[in-house]
Design a binder for this molecule. Sequence first.
Ligand code: SAM
Length: 398
Amino acid sequence: MSRVTEQYEAFPYPERDPADEATRLITGSPSHPLEIDHFLFGGTRDWSQPFRALVAGGGTGDALIQLAQVLTSAGKPYEITYLDLSTASRRIAEARAAARGLTGITFLTRSLLDAPKLGPFDYIDCCGVLHHLPDPQAGFDALAAALAPEGGMGLMVYAPFGRSGVYPLQEAFGTVLTGTARDRLRRAKAIFERIPEGHPFKRNAQLSDHRASDAGFYDLLLHSQDRPFRIGELLDTLDRAGLVMTGSPQAHLYDPLPILGDKGLLVGMDDRARMDVAEALRGTIRTHVLYAARSAEGRVAQAGPQAVPHLKGVTGPKLAQHAAKHGVIPVSHEGERFEIPVPALAVRALAQVDGRRTLDEIARAARTDWLAFAPIWAGVSKALTGHGILTYSRLLRG
Ligand SMILES: C[S@@+](CC[C@H](N)C(=O)[O-])C[C@H]1O[C@@H](n2cnc3c(N)ncnc32)[C@H](O)[C@@H]1O
């Protein structure tokens, strides 16, 4: 058994209790169907057709449960294949699905490198997995080969700068600690307490997984195979797999202009170089969350890194009016201010905000029309999505 499999057999990730399904649905990014519809299908997917999805390296099931539950609640047909090397993780994911009475899921204990034999899929979720493969490119290639021609994927892979401090500790623990996964965890936790407060890890306020659970501590600090990607490297890796980025819910983070303050400094740079500069200037991106497909053509309402449909504070009629008038929503994120373009169809919906009805009411009333509004909580872009995602998807249109 490889060290990676040994880890996830001992500490299924993330730590989840199937009993919690009775009280909460964990939602996040990527893989909320409304987000998928926006970034991969231009909001035009016909959800009466079965949605064939693969959750590759599904762990304890967050993306799987979100996908299956949202589609079940919306009364839409789907076939989901869950795949993971860890049997302990699979058991938890199965128990969570059973607790919700979700059907239409095939559970497999296999490597995602086998994905091409299982496809084709309309959608592949692969969150927090590809950076743990011995050869990540082989993983990207395998998933690309499992896609239906018009299909696409939602990916999350680690980014280096926002994880500052993680890699020196992984290296030190990996060098000195032996024994079972539990032995290593116990000793690492004791050593961690003696690490000086000035260590970059302890100064990195963005990292909290090690406090959340044993599985989180192990995943962050004791992983034996963990390779972060700069955004440019990730786009190159997608290129080699025959894929292109079709959008990202955190696209605003890849825009260097708010920090540079001078468009002139960007003259002559292509999108990729600009995104690398933005990542370096921000220094806080921990993960890249993006959608990818064979071609970006016809995918999103507005192409490019600024195609972001998420809105913050949309409960306020003033903000909605601002969006309707200017086509952008002003947001602040980690102390920076951004203007986020709103898809044209959403602008038209926002123009209907009258100060008497909440956006939820407008969305409910519009169910037979083109606007759907679904609350989405948590996920890496919570600061932007905390109040919801506004979409023109037909998923909830009945
Ligand atoms: C950090 S967890 C992420 C779990 C889940 N995707 C999530 O985001 O909550 C990584 C998962 O990938 C699985 N994994 C690692 N390599 C794999 C491979 N080659 N094929 C399938 N699963 C793999 C591990 O067993 C583990 O469950």
